[in-house]
Every structure is written in structure tokens, then in C-alpha cells.
Write a protein that binds this ligand. Structure first.
Ligand code: OGA
Ligand code: MN
Length: 295
């Protein structure tokens, strides 16, 4: 590439509102500042970008590229009693259905039960004070059917809220809890020691997206309440917002191919995993996560 020439990426739109497949960048080799800037511009525009590769990135390649997008999350594996995890690298969240020996988890394994919380609409790491910006999910093995990932465009959702709702949300702060969504997703009640590993965090329900200036409805299945509101009222409003945010026109459903890396903006979207036969088929997906700033 010639010095001084801006990099242009080709974006093929995948949905009316957002999401695009990007050509013109290889995450192994296009690691120069201008390629990265072009990708960030595409992310600020499309919020979800699919970058295909013929061969899945290695864990090291995946981490090296992710580090170019911002400070990275290092895996603080929640201490789920009596179990071990398949730890691939401290920067990688293992989203597979495989245990440390490479075997498919039993149906009632606590680790699998908690992982199924990914099937609820959420945005990554909203339960931390320092929120996730981009997540990069790399497909190493995909099942023959099911296991799509769905995304909702939370900028468009906010834009379309009735004015009365926008006024109502102004200034409200939500509480986000990791364990709230684990239990909601069908996982067992955590012990006090498990719970203590991840305390709750507070964030505004509406924020201004840093990269685009657009307003975003920032909710997730991690939200356990609204500061200063009685529980039942908060539950009612949150259920209403979740219903509005997950209507079909706002949703893009991604059918995976091995080698793809999906990068999504957690400050502009929600996502969820969809079911597949996780007792029969392997789904090996690995995620890195960038954060608003280093802890
Ligand atoms: C994630 C996630 C969904 C999926 O990696 O953060 O929610 O389809 N994944 O695996
Ligand atoms: Mn997620």
C-alpha cells in the first residue's frame, strides 16, 4: 500500500439499518494504522462488521489485532464452584461448548448452564464499570444448523422511541449484574462467594455513542433494576424497552462460516446466541473484548 493514501474498504450491507461484510482487510496482515482507522470508521457506521478469512485466526493473531482497537479485557474467569475452564489465553473468552479436555459439556454442567445466558439479549460486559466497546468473535467450528447470532441496532431503536418515552428515560440509571442474567438464563442461583466475584455496575439507560454521536438505548438482560425505582416498576419499564428493542425490523441474524470474525459495537447494539444441538455438535467460538479504557 502506498504511504499517505487512505485505505478504502468495501462494505456489503447485510441489513437495511446496520451490519456489513467488509472486504479489503485481512486481520493477519492489515495491521497498519490506516487500515485500522478505516475499519473503525466502518464500525462506527455499521456497528456490526463481518470480516471473512479462509482459515480461522490463531489465538495470537486474534489477540494481536484486537489490541489495535483499544485496551483489552483480560479474562477474569468467574469462579464457578467445583469446575475448571478451557482457558485458551487470558484475553480470550471461550464461547464453545467444550470442556478443558475438548469434550462436549454434559447437559447439566454448571459451566454450560451459565453459558446459555448468551441466549438472552445482552451487550457484553455492561456489568462492569468500564464497559466493553468492541467484541471480536472468531468462528473455529460451527454446527450444521442453528447457532446463529442475532443483533439489534440500538441506535435505530432509540431514534424510533416515542417522544414521551425519550423524555421518561432522560437521566435514568440502570443497574447491571452478571449474575442476574445467569439466573434469568436458567442457571443455578450463585453462592455468595460466586456472586462476590462480580458486583453490579450502574450506567445511564441512554447514552451518546462516542464514535458516531448518535443516541443509544443501553439495556441488556444484565439489567436488574433502575436506580431509585421500585422493583416492579423497573421490571415493567425494562420489559417494555426490551420488547421494543427486539422487534424484527431492528434485527440482523448472522449465519456463521468458519474463519469469520464478527466485530460488533457493544455501545450501539445488543446481541444473543440462538440454540443449536449442543449435546451433538461442537460450536467453537472465541471472543476478545475491548473496553472503554484500561482498568
Ligand atoms: C458473545 C456472545 C453469542 C454467540 O460471544 O459475547 O454473546 O452466538 N456470543 O456465541
Ligand atoms: Mn455476548
Amino acid at each position: 500500500m502506498k504511504p499517505g493514501i487512505a485505505v478504502t474498504l468495501q462494505a456489503k450491507k447485510l441489513h437495511k439499518l446496520f451490519a456489513a461484510e467488509i472486504a479489503g482487510i485481512d486481520m493477519r496482515s492489515d495491521t497498519d494504522a490506516r487500515s485500522v482507522a478505516a475499519l473503525i470508521a466502518a464500525l462506527n457506521d455499521y456497528a456490526v462488521c463481518v470480516v471473512p478469512h479462509e482459515v480461522p485466526l490463531s489465538n495470537d493473531e486474534h489477540i494481536a489485532f484486537s489490541a489495535l482497537l483499544g485496551p483489552m479485557e483480560r479474562n477474569k474467569v468467574p469462579n464457578i464452584a467445583g469446575t475448571g475452564q478451557r482457558v485458551l489465553h487470558s484475553e480470550i473468552v471461550d464461547q464453545s461448548n467444550l470442556d478443558g479436555d475438548g469434550n462436549i459439556y454434559a447437559d447439566d454442567d454448571r459451566r454450560l448452564m451459565y453459558k446459555r445466558a448468551n441466549r438472552l439479549w445482552h451487550t457484553d460486559m455492561s456489568f462492569y464499570d468500564i464497559r466493553a466497546t468492541w467484541s471480536l468473535l472468531s468462528a473455529h467450528m460451527v454446527p450444521p444448523e442453528g447457532g446463529e447470532t442475532e443483533f439489534s441496532d440500538m441506535r435505530a431503536v432509540y431514534d424510533d422511541l416515542p417522544d414521551a418515552m425519550k423524555t421518561r428515560l432522560d437521566g435514568l440509571v440502570a443497574e447491571h449484574s452478571y449474575w442476574h442474567s445467569r439466573v434469568l438464563g436458567g442457571g443455578p442461583e450463585p453462592s455468595a462467594a460466586e456472586r462476590a466475584t462480580r458486583p453490579l455496575a450502574r450506567h445511564r439507560l441512554v447514552h451518546k455513542h462516542p464514535g458516531s454521536g448518535r443516541k443509544v438505548l443501553y439495556i441488556a438482560s444484565h439489567v436488574s433494576g433502575i436506580v431509585g425505582w421500585p422493583d416492579d416498576e423497573a421490571k415493567g419499564l425494562l420489559a417494555e424497552l426490551m420488547g421494543l428493542a427486539t422487534q424484527p425490523p431492528y434485527i440482523y441474524s448472522h449465519v456463521w462460516s468458519v474463519g469469520e470474525v464478527l466485530i460488533w459495537d457493544n455501545l450501539a447494539t445488543m446481541h444473543r446466541a440462538t440454540p443449536f444441538d449442543d449435546q451433538q455438535f461442537v460450536r467453537d467460538m472465541r471472543r476478545t473484548t475491548c473496553r472503554e479504557r484500561a482498568p
